[in-house]
Design a protein around this ligand. Structure first.
Ligand code: ADP
Ligand code: MG
Length: 399
């Protein structure tokens, strides 16, 4: 992909100010961040720019303040966590533009780091107002975007600034875009996609995009029930969107004409209650689900067949767990297939890219998050990318 990275910057950035869009939307617990994954992700970019002598101004959103100041959503709340993670001092600047920022930039020395306040305090951010973007851009010489997770939004800090200043992808953004390119942009064939999770309705666009691009489409989770029902299977009390029957049949037909093989489970784990280790749990053929039972995971025979499919593939893209993995034993299929994918990846025969909130949790639960080629924590942006959409924040970098 033709975008500039930090490699395209001069070795010495002394005298320059870098405006760096990062994701600091940290989960908070009792006034402190409960997870520093997002800070760790942007640390290399921040330190690289600082070590090259730039004054680094961090630009981020924090919560949903809807264009107004809220003391509970100030980025100053993460200043301490940021300082600890970076092991550097960070100067908090309670504005994003204007004389206060100008003054702060005057005080900062080369290599110093400043943290601007929550960019969503200003309505111009989400409106992508050119005047607001210009006011922010006025305090910087270059723009670096290291927040893939916000790239599906066309906001001033994710899109507008890239048009006003020389724009570069940060290291985390670069890694993410490279992984996504390997998975669906120009992947090694054949490609398999696993799509699971609760509902078809939230992932319709994903399915529609994938049927035209992958050889194998593996469907699990609650959404498999909708597909099974559309094929005439009685899924009992299972989570199922019966109103989507026609949509699902259209997807199956499109897959057929595109030469995409859709894999639905033929055995499943069922139970009468949505609970961990329910006494009513049975493993049955999909045609044997009783009217008072729910499908909560795909069965061991199906998993074995899917593992064989993955062995024939070179690339895997995965979104959504195969079962209600929060409740044992309905984590079994997800764990087993994830471990197969991880082993194939470690053997060098598979490029595996996964994303999605619950998917990341499920892979961590299976103990294989570090053994996939890449695991995206980007949520909405990852899904929109799987839908084949053009992400404004990425497009702005690739112009
Ligand atoms: P992601 O966050 O990775 O995109 P989703 O939010 O789409 O994934 O789906 C995850 C949820 O789907 C989990 O909470 C899981 O319990 C649920 N789920 C998976 N399979 C089933 C099933 N057969 N019945 C009910 N819920 C299911
Ligand atoms: Mg989810």
């Amino acid at each position: 992909m033709p975008f500039k990275t930090l490699d395209d910057l001069p070795a010495d950035l002394t005298g320059k100010t870098a405006l760096v869009r990062v994701d600091l939307n940290l989960p908070m617990h009792e006034g402190r961040a409960s997870d520093l994954t997002r800070v760790e992700a942007v640390k290399p970019t921040i330190l690289e720019l600082a070590d090259k002598g730039a004054k680094v101004l961090l630009l981020a959103h924090f919560g949903r303040p809807k264009g107004r100041r809220h003391s509970t959503m100030s980025t100053s709340l993460v200043q301490g966590d940021l300082e600890r993670a970076l092991d550097r001092e960070v100067m908090f600047i309670p504005e994003v533009a204007g004389p206060v920022v100008e003054q702060a930039v005057g005080i900062l020395r080369p290599g110093d780091i400043g943290l601007l306040d929550n960019v969503r305090f200003w309505p111009g951010e989400e409106a992508n107002d050119p005047q607001f973007a210009s006011a922010v851009a006025a305090r910087g010489d270059i723009y670096v975007n290291d927040a893939f997770s916000a790239a599906h939004r066309a906001h001033a800090s994710t899109e507008g600034l890239a048009k006003l200043l020389p724009a570069f992808a940060g290291r985390a953004m670069e890694r993410e875009l490279q992984a996504l390119e390997r998975a669906l942009g120009s992947p090694e064939q054949p490609v398999a996609a696993v799509v699971g999770g609760a509902k078809v309705s939230t992932k319709l666009a994903v399915l529609e995009n994938l049927v035209g691009r992958v050889r194998h489409l593996i469907i699990g989770g609650g959404m498999a029930n909708t597909f099974l029902a559309a094929r005439g299977v009685d899924v009992g009390q299972s989570l199922c969107e019966h109103d989507l029957t026609e949509t699902v049949i259209a997807i199956l037909n499109r897959a057929d004409s595109a030469g995409c093989i859709v894999h639905l489970p033929y055995d499943v784990l069922v139970a009468k209650e949505f609970a961990a280790n329910p006494p009513s749990m049975r493993i049955v053929n999909v045609h044997e689900v009783a009217p008072d039972e729910m499908i909560l995971d795909i069965g061991p025979q199906a998993v074995e067949a899917l593992a064989d499919v993955l062995k024939t593939c070179r690339t895997l893209v995965w979104n959504g767990p195969l079962g209600a993995f929060e409740l044992p034993p309905f984590d079994q299929a997800t764990v087993a297939l994830a471990r197969t994918a991880a082993a194939l990846t470690q053997d060098g025969s598979l490029v595996s890219v996964a994303g999605g909130g619950d998917t990341v949790a499920a892979l961590a639960h299976a103990g294989v998050a570090d053994e996939f080629t890449y695991v995206s924590t980007a949520g909405g942006a990852f899904l929109e990318w799987m839908e084949g959409k053009r992400l404004p924040g990425v497009a702005a970098l690739t112009q």
